[in-house]
Design a binder for this molecule. Structure first.
Ligand SMILES: *Cc1c(COP(=O)(O)O)cnc(C)c1O
Length: 362
C-alpha cells in the first residue's frame, strides 16, 4: 500500500548483505545462522530470506513453529531451526516439515524419543541464561545419549545462549567455560555447535572454542548493542515519512493532546502522519528526527497517527523526514527510550509499508 501512504520503511538489502560479510570476515571459517524470528526483526521475513537465499544461505533460525511454517511455505528446502519451545503435539508437524527443533527439557526429550517418525534435534544447554535448556551435566549427557541412540532422531546440533553478551564479560566467560566443559564430556558431537549471538560474536569470536556456527540477528540488521570497538555494520532500515502539514504556532500557543508543548516564540511546526500505532511509542516524545541530514526536535505528545516536529523555514512540504536513519539511528532511539534497538525495530508495526531497495536506489 506504499503508494497510498506517505510513510514507509526503506529496507536496504545491500546493507543487509554488507553486514553478513562484516560478520563473516570476523568469524573466519565458522558459519552464520541468520536469525529471522519476529518477521526478521520487523524487516519482512520472506523478503529478507529470499535475498539471503539468493546469496547462497540455506539455513536460518526462528523461535516458534508458526514462524517456521511461514518460511517453509516459501522455501521448501531451507534448513529451519526452531530455537524456542515446541509442544509434544507439535512433533508430527515438525517432522513432516523437516524442522530442526530444540530439545530443552525432559518432557520434550521423552516425547521425541517416543515419537514415531524422523526428527532433527538440537540439544539446548542452559549455561547460565536460565531460560530454555538442560542445566545438570548428568541430564545433558543422558539427553545426548537418547539423541545419539534413537534411530528415528538425527542429532543435528547442540547450543546455548549468552545472557550478558552485550554487557558483563565475566559472566560470558563463565558461560563459555561451562559450554566447553559440557562439550568435552560428550562421547560424540553433532555437526552444528553454536553459542554466540551478535554481541557475543563481535566481542568474543572467533575465540569461542569448539563452536562451528554463530546465530546473528541484530547485527545483520545493522545495530550493535556493545561497547566499543563496534563493528562496521550499517543500519538496514530507514523509517521515513512525508510532511502532511506545516503550520505556524504563535508564541504562547500550545499543541496536541494535553496541550503539553507551548511555543516560546513564533514557531513553525510540521506534522508527519506516523504515530504510536506505527510503533513510535508515546515515550519517544521530545527526541529528534532528521530532515535533509539536519536534526530537528519532536515536540508535544505523539498521537496514534501523527507527530509534531519543530522546523525552520528551510523545510518545505516536499521534504522527507527520517524518523530513524543514519543521522538519528535506532541505537540513538533506543538510548532515548532506555531500551534496545531490538525493541525499536520490532516495534515498527505492520501498518508501515516496507520498501525493498538496494544501495543507491533508495
Ligand atoms: C534472538 C536470538 C539470537 C539472536 O540474537 P542477536 O543478539 O539478535 O544476534 C540468538 N540466539 C537465540 C537463542 C535467540 O533467541
Amino acid at each position: 500500500m506504499i503508494e497510498y501512504r506517505p510513510v514507509w520503511a526503506d529496507v536496504d538489502l545491500d546493507r543487509l548483505w554488507h553486514n553478513v560479510k562484516v560478520a563473516q570476515a570476523h568469524i573466519g571459517k565458522k558459519q552464520i545462522i541468520p536469525v529471522v524470528k519476529a518477521n526478521a526483526y520487523g524487516h519482512g521475513v520472506i523478503e529478507v530470506m529470499t535475498w539471503l537465499y539468493e546469496k547462497g544461505i540455506r539455513y536460518c533460525a526462528v523461535v516458534m513453529l508458526q514462524e517456521a511454517l511461514e518460511l517453509r511455505a516459501a522455501f521448501p528446502d531451507l534448513g529451519i531451526l526452531i530455537m524456542g519451545s515446541v509442544r509434544p503435539q507439535d512433533l508430527e508437524i515438525c517432522s513432516r516439515h523437516q524442522f530442526d527443533i530444540s530439545i530443552y527439557h525432559k518432557p520434550l526429550l521423552d516425547a521425541a524419543k517416543a515419537f514415531n517418525g524422523p526428527l532433527k534435534c538440537h540439544l539446548k544447554v542452559d549455561t547460565g541464561m536460565a531460560r530454555y535448556g538442560f542445566v545438570e551435566t548428568a541430564d545433558i549427557l543422558d539427553a545426548a545419549k537418547t539423541l545419539m541412540t534413537s534411530p528415528h532422531i538425527e542429532w543435528t546440533g547442540i547450543f546455548s545462549h549468552f545472557a550478558t553478551a552485550d554487557e558483563d564479560e565475566q559472566f560470558v566467560y563463565r558461560q563459555i567455560k561451562r559450554f566447553v566443559e559440557v562439550l568435552t564430556q560428550l562421547p560424540e558431537l553433532p555437526p552444528m555447535i553454536h553459542l554466540a549471538n551478535s554481541a557475543g560474536t563481535f566481542r568474543f569470536e572467533p575465540d569461542i572454542p569448539m563452536t562451528t556456527h554463530v546465530r546473528l540477528g541484530l547485527s545483520l540488521y545493522g545495530c550493535v548493542n556493545m561497547p566499543d570497538p563496534k563493528p562496521p555494520v550499517r543500519q538496514v532500515t530507514r523509517l521515513r515519512g512525508a510532511i502532511s502539514q506545516i503550520k505556524l504556532l504563535k508564541q504562547g500557543e500550545c499543541l496536541g493532546y494535553g496541550q503539553s508543548y507551548c511555543a516560546g516564540q513564533d514557531e513553525i511546526i510540521a506534522l508527519v502522519p506516523i504515530g504510536y500505532a506505527d510503533g513510535i511509542r508515546r515515550a519517544y516524545r521530545d527526541h529528534q528526527v532528521a530532515i535533509n541530514g539536519r536534526i530537528y526536535p519532536m515536540v508535544g505528545a505523539i498521537c496514534m497517527d501523527a507527530l509534531f516536529i519543530k522546523i525552520d523555514d528551510s523545510v518545505s512540504l516536499d521534504d522527507v523526514v527520517d524518523i530513524y536513519g543514519d543521522v538519528v539511528t535506532m541505537d540513538d532511539a533506543a538510548l532515548h527510550l532506555d531500551t534496545t534497538a531490538y525493541e525499536i525495530m520490532t516495534a515498527i508495526s505492520l501498518r508501515v509499508p516496507r520498501r525493498y531497495v538496494k544501495g543507491d536506489s533508495r
